[in-house]
Ligand binder design. Structure first.
Ligand code: HEC
Length: 86
């Protein structure tokens, strides 16, 4: 499971990573742009982790394994659990 669920500091760190690494494609506040809106993510945190880790290269979504598990979980927390930080 997600070790950072409801962890406010991790959610803010995840927002910072999102704004460095994801915002250009997915838009400010998760609202979409070139790539899909992520604000209504309805699947599990684990599924989201896997997607960020592996990407979907054929569809233009890079993988972010190089960030490491801790940072990826922080981004997951921002997306699924960070409503107040958007
Ligand atoms: C170079 C542009 C680009 C960057 C940077 C990028 N993405 Fe994506 N992302 C995409 C595209 C394009 C898709 C759509 C893939 C598809 O159609 O299956 C996507 C899909 C996704 C999806 C699946 C959305 C869905 O509803 O199926 C998630 C989740 C996601 N990205 C998260 C992230 C996160 C988190 C980051 C930053 C760590 C990130 N992406 C960075 C382009 C990008």
């Amino acid at each position: 499971g997600n070790p950072y669920r409801d962890d406010a500091a991790a959610i803010r760190a995840g927002r910072d990573f999102y704004n460095q690494r994801c915002v250009a494609c997915h838009g400010p506040g998760l609202k979409g742009g070139f790539a899909p809106d992520l604000s209504g993510w309805a699947e599990s945190d684990e599924k989201l982790f896997e997607l960020i880790h592996d990407g979907r290269l054929a569809a233009g979504m890079p993988g972010f394994a190089s960030l490491g598990a801790e940072r990826i979980w922080q981004i997951v927390s921002y997306i699924t659990n960070g409503e107040a930080e958007r």
